[in-house]
Design a protein around this ligand. Structure first.
Ligand code: G6P
Length: 461
């Protein structure tokens, strides 16, 4: 392969390392929405995918299905400061409005050192991209881990057509004020060094523009392009013997009861705990659902190097145990919590669900809502938080739920479970049509169309 004319860049690459039953390390598909949406478009494209090689990812160049993975090797401590301290404990919390402001964040000297490491890692990515990309190539950099690559890359390779695509929400100027002024300015200027900045929803692009105008006094080019699901690939997975076996197992577990489903990382912004509390309240208020519905929660551990995520997982497990203690009967477990992280199991659950709960506090898009719409075989209903970017596309067909209103969520779950067949069918059709309206290839084409050479750097001082 010659130098690629397309380079995609993200912190997490398509392959993660995990330990098999025999103790051997095995490469598996990386988790989360970014890998799900990028994987299918990069396959067969001849692109190079530049990704961080942290402790749980391969350090060798890998030739995959028609593309190449070029790792950026990072030592353990630098990776921790960049990924744990700045990207996940600061920027993720900032963009998802997760800070408990009375206590966090505290941006002390140690945090400043982590910010320096964050800049170094962004610079290391820029160097690798500059060395890899062919003349005039298109470079699409993904997500909140790599905002500073724009400016660094523009200085080295002004010929490249570049874009940044953020998979998260973007905070508004009030929330941004948590960051020290120089950090906020560096962050936004890094992004402004790309040819254009893309988002899943106009809400996030408007916030970004408002931040840039307040802090930089200018607004970079932006575009909105919600990610799409690969219906063919999902159908292929659904047809595998593994998925059929998972579906049979689920059918045996649920029997003739209704199935309420969620599929998520164990992630604070996904709002798992309030979802279980709402289910508890629904069983309390609407006795007819006792023994008549199973809540299958297919949720898998994430970012467990951060204490907040470990604590959240404990909270999730505790609330599930409490709800089950309250309501379980000899033949019925109200909530089945499955954290085994098996993609075929999640696909089986989305095929079989009667109601899918997607109630994030805030979410860049939420691909699961679209995957559910495409895979479902029972005219399942979607209960959706307007705080998810995908609300823009699915609001007409989903039932709306305020993610903070536990009592309200209980009522919406009751309504969704009780919905008559005719209304379910109409809504399910509309969900599917909206979810299939765009393809992953069109999503990538959008990025390519918006990528352009970086604008001239504004004078300093
Ligand atoms: C979200 C982010 C992605 C990230 C994924 C999984 O979808 O937008 O950038 O890859 O979560 O999180 P992780 O920290 O495991 O990569």
């Amino acid at each position: 392969m010659g130098p690629p004319d397309l380079v995609v860049v993200s912190n997490r690459g398509p392959l993660s390392l995990s330990t098999g039953a025999d103790g051997q390390q095995i490469a598996t598909r990386g988790g989360g929405g970014l890998v799900s949406s990028l994987g299918p478009v990069v396959a067969g494209s001849g692109a190079t995918w530049v990704a961080a090689a942290g402790p749980d990812t391969p350090h060798e160049v890998v030739e995959a299905e028609g593309f190449r993975v070029r790792p950026v090797p990072l030592d353990g401590e630098r990776f921790r400061q960049y990924y744990d301290v700045v990207a996940n404990a600061t920027l993720w919390f900032l963009h998802h409005d997760l800070f408990d402001l009375a206590r966090r964040p505290h941006l002390d000297r140690r945090w400043r050192r982590a910010w320096d490491a964050f800049r170094e890692v962004n610079d290391a990515f820029a160097e690798v991209i500059a060395a890899e990309a062919g003349p005039d190539a298109t470079v699409i950099v993904h997500d909140y881990h790599l905002p500073l690559v724009g400016r660094a890359l523009a200085r080295q390779r002004p010929d490249l057509r570049t874009a940044h695509f953020n998979h998260t929400p973007f905070c508004d100027p009030d929330a941004l004020a948590v960051l020290p002024e120089d950090v906020a300015a560096e962050l936004l200027d890094g992004l402004a060094g790309f040819g254009a900045c893309g988002f899943h929803s106009t809400r996030w692009s408007a916030n970004f523009e408002a931040c840039c105008s307040a802090v930089l006094g200018r607004t970079p080019a932006t575009f909105v392009s919600p990610a799409a699901v690969d219906g063919e690939e999902l159908a292929r997975v659904a047809a595998t013997p593994e998925c059929e076996a998972d579906l049979a197992e689920l059918d045996a577990l649920v029997g003739d009861r209704h199935l309420l489903v969620r599929v998520d990382r164990i992630e604070l912004s996904k709002n798992l705990v309030r979802g279980f509390l709402a289910f508890d309240e629904m069983l309390h208020e609407h006795a007819q659902w006792r023994e008549r519905v199973v809540f299958g929660a297919f949720v898998y551990p994430s970012r467990e190097t951060l204490p907040d995520y470990l604590a959240y997982r404990s909270e999730v497990e505790a609330v599930v145990a409490r709800v089950n203690r309250t309501w379980a009967t000899p033949g019925w477990t109200p909530i089945v919590l499955d954290s085994s992280d098996r993609f075929t199991r999640s696909v089986a659950a989305l095929r079989r669900s009667d109601v899918l709960l997607v109630n994030p506090v805030r979410d860049g898009l939420n691909l699961v809502a679209k995957e559910g719409a495409v895979l479902n075989e029972r005219d399942g209903t979607l209960v959706l938080s307007p705080q998810a970017g995908v609300w823009d596309e699915l609001s007409g067909a989903a039932l709306s739920v305020n993610p903070f209103d536990v009592a309200g969520t209980a009522e919406v779950l009751n309504r969704a479970l009780a919905m008559d067949r005719a209304e379910r069918a109409v809504r399910a059709k509309a969900l599917r049509t909206a979810s299939e309206a765009r393809t992953p290839a069109a999503w990538l084409d959008d990025h390519r169309a918006h990528a352009r050479p970086a604008p001239p750097e504004p004078p300093t001082g």
